[in-house]
Design a protein around this ligand. Structure first.
Ligand code: ADP
Length: 525
């Protein structure tokens, strides 16, 4: 046994594992080094040895088994780290924040419990992936679309709980979620919103219910184990159009953001339009070595030459329009006219009927089809590619976007990295995502990646921006940046945590929230 849970002797731990095995079966308690490699974070930057290592994994198959597992965890003060499918790549994978935690892997609970074709939603268990839900709908001839995250192998539940996003009009997964079943640390099972009514006819239809509303409380938190989750599905549109606009100059970012905002605010563009830098776009269709061989970041001249040769822009805006063909055409004409006001801009579009599927990966995501195309990025620099993401929220103005972009690009260059980023458009904000791609076999590069992310987060905080999501190694750092009134928000979260989970067994340290018994571990990796 390589790693033990903190504060537990090997014999006590073995006794706990025996009890867990008697609940879920021997085959579903994993403790060998080999089996646990699946639960290690493949992308952890910086020194790796034992950081965020799990001591074991347990795979229950039902809510009743989860409740039994919790009983054992409480008795032994055994920290559990729940994951749905554990694909949370770039943010920690399936690995726990507190080294020695036992991963509670819910992938065996993988039933699509309900699809309602009339009211357009699904109710799923944590182990259901985007590929699964997509196949389920297509096999049954459903006319509903899903909205996959960038990597289709992830869990519908896991991604919604992390407030992930996709690229159709239903791309805001946390907003599209409606109704949950949650097992609390004490074993109690609650259903949120209208699910509080025993026969719950509107559980997936109206999130608030009556009285306080709790769904959001179980997102990016450690307050419970989500065992069922409702998600809205988009009725297949009669047609859709996928547009790609190209802009030549770096400075065009300001004008692009300003041109896009009114269309997001008035809902002409309903999907998560994406403004991608040339390098990120190029990584989908080529490798860095085709364009640049020097050390350090790619110089601007090389980026411009690459963009020219590939026929892409310094900035590339991709968006979709969905609906009746005449409406889509009218919307396209309006948006096109506005975007072409940016000097040197070009735009083209591909048109599809609702049941047609685009061929290319990124475009398939905008049509609700799960893919794994996003992983191509890891080949950009060659070597054993990994990434961590800088992901600050950016106000939807050209000035803010430019400010964040320039800081990110300059800092990345200082540490030897390219600006591999872009902006995903919400309504009043942008998710600015910059991937720091490093070779995980190169210790220096891996350390530099870790340092760069910390510096970027500090730069952002100094300007009043904050992260929407953070890798395990930065959860405390990110949480500490939300420091209004001497960290009142985190104190509030920890008050709730201690009330719900006095033994501190559920995901200690998740999002910087530490239960009383593990609070001394804050900041410690
Ligand atoms: P995905 O595989 O879709 O990327 P994960 O299963 O890795 O998602 O989940 C991402 C994170 O969300 C986990 O690390 C965990 O903190 C939280 N999480 C996932 N599923 C659950 C769940 N069912 N209950 C509570 N928290 C969860």
């Amino acid at each position: 046994m390589k790693v033990l849970p903190p504060n537990l002797s090997e014999s006590r731990f073995r006794a706990a594992l025996d009890e867990l095995a008697s609940i879920v079966g021997n085959a579903y308690v994993l403790a060998s080094e080999d089996a646990l490699t699946e639960y290690a974070d493949p992308f952890v930057p910086g020194p790796r040895e034992q950081r965020f290592a799990a001591s074991a994994a347990v795979l229950p198959s039902s809510v009743d088994e989860i409740r039994e597992v919790l009983r054992v965890a409480r008795a032994y003060a055994l920290p559990l780290w729940p994951v749905s499918t554990g694909r949370n790549f770039a943010y920690g994978g399936a690995a726990p924040r507190l080294t020695g935690s036992v991963v509670l892997d819910l992938k065996r609970m993988n039933r699509v419990l309900e699809v309602n074709e009339t009211l357009a939603y699904a109710l799923v268990e944590p182990g259901v992936t985007y590929f699964d839900l997509y196949a389920h709908l297509r096999e049954r001839g459903s006319k509903l679309w899903i909205d996959p995250a960038a990597a289709g192998w992830g869990s519908v539940v896991g991604n919604a709980l992390e407030r992930g996003f996709g690229y159709t009009p239903y791309g805001d997964h946390a907003a599209m979620q409606c109704g949950m079943e949650v097992v609390l640390a004490n074993g109690d099972v609650i259903r949120t919103g209208m699910g509080g009514i025993e026969i719950g006819r509107a559980w997936q239809l109206y999130k608030p219910g009556f009285g306080p509303s709790y769904d959001a409380m179980f997102m990016q938190s450690n307050f419970g184990i989500v065992t069922k989750l409702g998600i809205a599905l988009m009725p297949r549109p009669a047609s859709y159009l996928l547009a790609h606009a190209r802009f030549r100059e770096e400075a065009d970012l300001v004008a692009i953001v300003e041109a896009l905002r009114p269309f997001k605010l008035d809902e002409t563009i309903r999907n998560h339009a994406v403004i991608e830098g040339a390098i990120r776009f190029a990584a989908g269709i080529s490798s860095r070595s085709q364009w640049y061989h020097g050390s350090g970041p790619m110089p601007d001249g090389a980026v411009a030459a690459m963009a020219k040769q590939l026929g892409i822009g310094w900035w590339n805006l991709r968006f979709g329009l969905y609906g009746a063909p005449e409406v889509v055409e009218a919307q396209y004409a309006i948006v096109r006219r506005a975007l072409l006001r940016v000097r040197g801009a070009e735009i083209d579009a591909a048109r599809y009927s609702g049941d047609q599927e685009p061929a290319a990966g990124g475009d398939r995501n905008m049509a609700g089809i799960p893919t794994m195309a996003a992983f191509r990025m890891l080949d950009w620099r060659g070597g054993n590619g990994a990434h961590v993401d800088f992901s600050p929220i950016c106000p939807f103005t050209g000035g803010d976007a430019m400010r964040q972009y320039l800081v990110a690009k300059t800092r990345a260059a200082e540490y030897g990295f390219d600006y591999y980023g872009g902006f995903t458009a919400g309504t009043r904000h942008l998710h600015h995502i910059m991937a720091i791609i490093f070779n995980r076999d190169d210790a220096l590069e891996s350390d530099a990646a870790e340092d760069l992310l910390r510096v970027l987060m500090s730069d952002a905080r100094a300007e009043g921006y904050g992260e929407y999501r953070a890798h395990l190694a930065y959860m405390d750092f990110a949480a500490a940046q939300y420091d209004f009134n001497d960290g009142a928000l985190l104190r509030f979260s920890e008050t709730i945590k201690d009330a719900l989970d006095p033994q501190g067994i559920l995901a200690p340290g998740k999002s910087g929230i530490w239960p009383r018994m593990w609070r001394s571990r804050r900041g410690y990796t």
